[in-house]
Design a protein around this ligand. Sequence first.
Ligand SMILES: [Zn+2]
Ligand SMILES: [Zn+2]
Length: 274
Amino acid sequence: MSIKLTILGSGPAIAIPRPGHTDKTCREARKPGSRSRRMRSSILIENRCRYLLIDAGPDILEQLELAKIRRPDAVFLTHAHSDAAGGVDDLALFLRGTKTKPMPLYAEASVLRRITKISALFHARPKTILKTVNPKIIHLYQAVSSFGLKIIPLKVEHALTPGFPTVGYLFPKKFAYLSDFASIPPRSLKLLKKINILFLDAAMWFGTKMAAHQNTAQAIEIGRQLGVKKLYLTQIGHNYPPHKIAQKEISNYCRKNKIKFPVILAYDGLKIKI
Ligand SMILES: [Zn+2]
Ligand SMILES: [Zn+2]
């Protein structure tokens, strides 16, 4: 049976378009149905009519509404930055009204602690919130089974603070999703070797750099070294040109550099069957 993936969000820490901006990308992003419009990065995984979600940023309820998903069955967080976890409160509040079993929320212990600490809702009404969300601790490289899928949290380095707890997720022999990272440790790289489908952080456009992220060329190079069959770029930043132009330039770059696998610039709402 196939797994269906939907990119709910493909954007950076601040969504695109941005208030008051008149640059080309933001202008393009305001057009109806534009692929340059980017909410905070997240991906929905549908397997046997169950929905797993990786990351729940501030756009999460709008993303679920657009994808026509009533509720996710489980949520996996990559790290505690607001663009990845800042929507957990909203999601928990929303779930309170759906009268369903608590939703498993998987994250590293320190991430769960951090969210609990910064979340006014967790603080103010921890008992209520625990009726809707069931925090589950994940451990690096230890597989978790969720609704028939095996998921392995892979350590990545992210952000300016070394050791800031961040993971990517590997669905063995299927795909892997690493949406925020500065570098991938050797143990994680080894597990990613020859993965068919890979989603990677490519926050910065060609020729630009940011300590906590990859640029387009760096992400493509990682895909090449790993021997992937198909590479999707996500966490797309504000310095990218509008989607259509960016995809064309990426394809030209791949041709020039003899990249043999397809490199696809993700966009919000992109659906993939695997
Ligand atoms: Zn702008
Ligand atoms: Zn981050």
